[in-house]
Design a protein around this ligand. Structure first.
Ligand code: 6PG
Length: 246
């Protein structure tokens, strides 16, 4: 029998800004823990609107000093197949809001401008190389920051798409029918091997999907519910609007 040791927590904050503050504190904690015994802090982030307040906070003078950016390696959980300069590019958002403001030099973007299949293969090779992975092994990220879509998707793992079932690939490309566009995404084997996954969700429109996603005892039906680190922390940080739906 597989022994699981998932530490679950749910934090409800007053506002979107408080949510960013709590997420930053958790990232700081994971960073300090990682650097106490290892040389790098391996962090993976999401795109979308939700992490914007977090990026802005992390690039403030106070937080710039609280995270060891020089010893952080930054990755993306997924990318939209867009040019890096597009306002939709996850790398583009992080470049504008974070990378241009903090002394972080180790960042590894998914090439949204490349052919999706090739971009996915290249990113998987990069992960295998950076984390020195053998066959069948998944990277052990120190911290992964995830978002929640209104349909229950997380990263670019959408309900009903093949990435939901992926057990061996670390990164896959997906054509998302509802969005009529391609994405490249990390998979559950990566998320579920992390030391810590942080979900952030804000705004009343996230309330209906949260009621299902936070039902951790139920058989998972939404991709976001399938993130359950086998040996690690799963922290949900949501604001009051998302919690109450009002
Ligand atoms: C994206 C993300 C996706 C995101 C959720 C939430 O491409 O947008 O990869 O997983 O985290 O859709 O998006 P918002 O933060 O914009 O609500």
């Amino acid at each position: 029998m597989m022994v699981r040791s998932t530490h679950l927590s749910l934090l409800v904050t007053k506002s979107d800004l408080d949510m960013a503050q709590k997420a930053a504190e958790l990232i700081e904690e994971q960073c300090n823990e990682a650097l106490a015994t290892r040389s790098l802090f391996n962090l993976a982030i999401s795109g979308g609107k939700t992490p914007l307040s977090l990026f802005r906070l992390l690039s403030s003078p106070e937080w710039e000093k609280r995270i060891y950016w020089e010893r952080t390696a930054l990755y993306w959980v997924d990318e939209r197949c867009e040019l890096p300069d597009s306002p939709k590019s996850h790398y583009g958002i992080a470049r504008r809001e974070l990378l241009s403001r903090v002394p972080l030099t180790r960042f590894y973007r998914i090439k949204g401008e490349a052919h999706p299949e090739e971009a996915a293969e290249a990113y998987e090779r990069l992960l295998r190389d950076h984390f020195c992975l053998g066959r069948g092994e998944a990277p052990r990220f120190d911290c992964i920051v995830l978002g929640l879509g209104n349909d229950g998707h997380t990263a670019s793992i959408f309900p009903g798409q093949s990435a939901v079932e992926e057990k061996s690939r670390l990164v896959v490309d997906q054509y998302i029918h509802s969005m009529k566009s391609s994405r490249v995404t990390m998979t559950f084997p990566v998320f579920n091997n992390a030391r810590c996954c942080i979900f952030m969700a804000s705004g009343k429109e996230k309330h209906p999907v949260l009621s299902t996603a936070l039902n951790l005892m139920a058989e998972p039906t939404l991709p976001a519910q399938m993130v359950r680190p086998i040996e690690g922390k799963l922290c949900w940080i949501i604001d009051e609007a998302a919690y109450k739906g009002a």
